[in-house]
Design a binder for this molecule. Structure first.
Ligand code: ATP
Length: 142
């Protein structure tokens, strides 16, 4: 079976994943991408989501918080701000992060002028990370 090397690294942990895989399904700023061996060269930015990694007969998930992906015909390199296997995700911590971020985003949206202290881009990015982590753990939040 034809494979492509996938390497995912973060500044904190170094290599989080390194293996020959059959297919990667990932989410970039321009939409979902399916990457197979011999894919055309590509450089793109990822958004927070759970990547789907097909390794022969099995499929695993890996949360990435966003970062950069470079694809060549035989290698996919992802440099992510953070990345976690499903069993590394602390659900309670993600719920707390979700609650904090959602309160900030809702407060800002209901009255932007009286919440100029809220960094809305930061709050929205935090919300997106928490939602993606919870989705990996089977919790689908709005
Ligand atoms: P929090 O507000 O809870 O820190 P965050 O989205 O701001 O969440 P990140 O900046 O994405 O956190 O990650 C900081 C570090 O903490 C990374 O090493 C990341 O892997 C880890 N991390 C963050 N949230 C979780 C979680 N729910 N479970 C496990 N590790 C986590």
């Amino acid at each position: 079976m034809s494979t492509i090397l996938l390497e995912v690294a973060t500044p904190d942990k170094g290599d989080v994943y390194k293996n020959g895989i059959v297919m990667l399904i990932t989410r970039s700023i321009v939409g979902d991408l399916g990457i197979l061996p011999k894919h055309a060269r590509l450089l793109t930015e990822l958004i927070p989501h759970a990547m789907r990694i097909k390794e022969g007969g099995t499929e695993t998930q890996l949360f990435v918080s966003g970062g950069f992906m470079e694809v060549t015909p035989d290698k996919i390199t992802i440099l992510a701000d953070s990345a976690e296997n499903p069993d590394e995700i602390d659900t309670e911590r993600a719920r707390e992060a979700y609650k904090r971020a959602k309160e900030r985003v809702d407060a800002f949206k209901s009255a932007p002028k009286s919440h100029e202290d809220i960094d809305i881009e930061r709050a929205e990015a935090s919300l997106a990370r928490a939602k993606a982590r919870l989705l990996v753990k089977g919790e689908n939040v709005a």
